[in-house]
Design a protein around this ligand. Structure first.
Ligand SMILES: NC(=O)c1ccc[n+]([C@@H]2O[C@H](COP(=O)([O-])OP(=O)(O)OC[C@H]3O[C@@H](n4cnc5c(N)ncnc54)[C@H](OP(=O)(O)O)[C@@H]3O)[C@@H](O)[C@H]2O)c1
Length: 472
C-alpha cells in the first residue's frame, strides 16, 4: 500500500491528481487534504461516484495553520503509520495590488506564506512520517513561471502576478535545497526524493477556468514521476508534460541556442581571480594532499600558467609550495606567482631540465612532487572548466583547447562528452613546440624539436611514462 497525501485536493489540479493516481496506480491509498473537511468528504464522494476503487480518505489540513498541520500529521501516523508520497499542491493567491504600502506588503507576505513557507513547514512536519516509507517522495506543484531561464528568454506570456512567479521560483529553490540537504544527510539511509512538477496552464478556478488543458492532463506530469523507478529521475529536478513530451523544465539562467550564437559567449579565464585558467586543476589535488598526513611541502614545475593556479590553491589551503621555473621566465609571470608568497627556484632553460630538478629536490628534501598534467586529480580539476563552458549554453558545437601536456583537454572532454556527445574538442598546439600534437599524430609519444614560441605556456616536452598510462 502506497500512501499518498495531496494538499488542497478538494478541487482543481489536486483533485485531478487524486483521480489520476486512483485510476493509474490503483494499489495506492489516496488521502485528500482539504482545509474544509466537508469539501474533502465531498471530493471523496465524487471520486467514488466516478467508479474509483482505490482506498480514499480525507484529512483536514490547512497548510497555513500549524495546529492543523500537526493534527493532520498525527491522524496520518495513527491511520497509516507512514507516508510514501506527499504532494504539496494547495495554493491561494491574492492578485490585488493596493497602492497603499502597508496593505501591499501584507498581501505579498501572505502570498509568500501560503506558497512557500507553508509548503516548507508541511514538508518538514511530515518528514518523520515520510522516513517510515520504503521510498519517500515529495512532489511540489510549481509552475513554469518559476523558471528563471524561461523568464529571461521571454518564453512566457505577460505576467499576471509578480508574487506568483516569485513564490514559485522560491518554491523551486526550496525544493532544490531540500534535496541537497537530504543528499548530504549522512544519517539517513532512506533518502527522500524531492521533485518539482509544472502541471501547465489548466482550466481551474485558480485562473477563472481560462487555461488550455483539462485538469487530468495537468496531472500527467505527476503520474510520470510516480511511475518512474527509484533512481531513474534525479531528485531536485523540475518536470513538465506538454504536447505529449515529458521533459525537464530549466530552473537556472541558460541562454537559448539562438542567443548563444548571436552573443558568442567568451570564457575569459585570464580575468579570473588567479589570473589563470588553472586554479581548479590544482585545488582538487592540493586539497586532497592537504588532508593526507605526511604531505608537507609541495613542489611542482611547468612553463605554463598552472603554477599560478597551484600557488593560488596552495595559499588558499595554507599549504607550503615550491615552484621550479625556467631561468628564462617572463618577469611579469614571475611577479604574479610571487604575490602568492611561495618559494620560487629558477633552473635551466628547458622544461625537461626544470622538471628533473624539481623531482631531485622532492627526493632530497622530502617534498611531494605534483605532476603538472598527468594526474587524475589535476584532470578532475580541469573538468570543472568543462562545466563552466556548458553552463550558459544549451548546446556547444566546438571547444578549442590549448595543449601542453594534454591535461586540460582531457579534463574538459571527460566532463563535456557525457553531457554533449556532439561537441567537438580541438586541441591547439604551438607550431614551434608541439610535442603532444606530433605524438597524437603518430599514436605514441615522440621527440620533437622545441623552438622559441610566444605560447610559452604550451611549450615543452611531455612525460613519456605518464602520458601513456591509462589514468581513467
Ligand atoms: N491552474 C493552472 O493553470 C496552474 C498552472 C501551473 C501551476 N499550477 C499550480 O497547481 C496547483 C493547484 O492549482 P489549481 O489551479 O488546482 O488551484 P485551485 O483550483 O485554486 O485549487 C487550489 C486548492 O488549494 C486549496 N488551498 C488554498 N489555500 C489552502 C490552505 N491554506 N490550506 C489548504 N488548502 C488550501 C484550495 O482549497 P479551498 O477550496 O478551500 O480554497 C483548493 O483546494 C497550484 O500549486 C498552482 O500554482 C496551476
Amino acid at each position: 500500500m502506497t500512501v499518498v497525501l495531496i494538499t488542497g485536493a478538494n478541487r482543481g489540479i489536486g483533485f485531478a491528481i487524486a483521480q489520476a493516481i486512483s485510476v493509474s496506480l490503483p494499489t495506492s491509498t489516496v488521502v485528500i487534504g482539504s482545509r474544509d473537511i466537508s469539501l474533502g468528504e465531498d471530493a471523496v464522494r465524487r471520486l467514488q461516484m466516478g467508479g474509483v476503487a482505490t482506498a480514499l480518505y480525507t484529512v483536514p489540513l490547512d497548510i497555513e495553520n500549524d495546529a492543523s498541520i500537526a493534527t493532520a500529521a498525527n491522524i496520518m501516523e495513527e491511520r497509516f503509520g507512514k507516508l510514501d508520497i506527499l504532494i504539496n499542491n494547495a495554493i491561494r493567491l491574492d492578485t490585488s495590488y493596493p497602492t497603499e504600502m502597508e496593505a501591499s506588503r501584507e498581501i505579498s507576505n501572505s502570498n509568500f506564506n501560503n506558497a512557500v513557507t507553508s509548503n516548507n513547514i508541511v514538508t518538514r512536519t511530515f518528514t518523520a512520517l515520510l522516513r517510515k516509507a520504503p521510498w519517500p517522495r515529495v512532489i511540489m506543484i510549481s509552475s513554469t513561471r518559476g523558471s528563471i531561464q524561461r523568464t529571461v528568454n521571454r518564453e512566457l506570456p505577460p505576467v499576471v502576478s509578480f508574487d506568483y512567479c516569485i513564490t514559485k521560483t522560491a518554491l523551486n529553490m526550496l525544493t532544490v535545497q531540500l534535496q541537497a540537504a537530504e543528499d548530504g544527510n549522512a544519517e539517513s539511509d532512506n533518502k527522500i526524493t524531492y521533485w518539482l512538477a509544472s502541471p501547465g496552464y489548466c482550466k481551474t478556478g485558480f485562473n477563472g477556468f481560462k487555461g488550455h488543458k483539462d485538469p487530468l492532463e495537468c496531472a500527467e506530469v505527476v503520474l510520470r514521476l510516480l511511475k518512474s523507478n527509484r533512481g531513474e529521475i534525479r531528485g531536485g529536478t523540475f518536470w513538465e508534460f506538454e504536447k505529449g513530451h515529458f521533459r525537464e523544465v530549466p530552473c537556472s539562467i541558460k541562454k537559448s541556442r539562438k542567443q548563444c550564437n548571436t552573443q558568442n559567449p567568451l570564457q575569459t579565464r585570464g580575468l579570473s581571480y588567479s589570473r589563470a585558467i588553472q586554479a581548479q586543476r590544482h585545488s582538487v589535488q592540493v586539497s586532497k594532499l592537504s588532508v593526507q598526513p605526511g604531505h608537507r611541502q609541495l613542489i611542482r614545475t611547468s612553463t605554463g600558467n598552472h603554477r599560478i593556479g597551484a600557488a593560488y590553491a596552495a595559499q588558499t589551503l595554507s599549504k607550503p609550495l615550491t615552484v621550479v621555473r625556467l631561468e628564462t621566465v617572463v618577469p611579469e609571470k614571475l611577479e604574479k606567482i610571487q604575490i602568492y608568497g611561495i618559494d620560487v627556484v629558477l633552473y635551466g632553460s628547458e622544461t625537461g631540465l626544470a622538471e628533473q630538478h624539481a623531482q631531485r629536490l622532492a627526493k632530497s628534501q622530502g617534498y611531494t612532487y605534483i605532476l603538472p598534467y598527468n594526474d587524475p586529480d589535476v584532470i578532475a580539476g580541469q573538468g570543472t572548466i568543462g562545466l563552466e563552458i556548458m553552463g550558459p549554453c544549451e548546446q556547444v558545437d566546438s571547444i578549442f583547447v590549448s595543449m601542453g601536456g594534454g591535461g586540460l583537454i582531457c579534463g574538459i572532454e571527460a566532463v563535456v562528452k557525457p553531457f554533449s556527445p556532439r561537441t567537438k574538442a580541438y586541441g591547439i598546439a604551438a607550431t614551434n613546440s608541439k610535442a603532444l600534437g606530433d605524438s597524437m599524430a603518430v599514436g605514441r609519444v615522440v621527440e620533437t624539436k622545441h623552438q622559441h614560441t610566444l605560447a610559452d605556456a604550451m611549450a615543452g616536452d611531455i612525460d613519456v611514462e605518464c602520458n601513456e598510462k591509462d589514468i581513467w
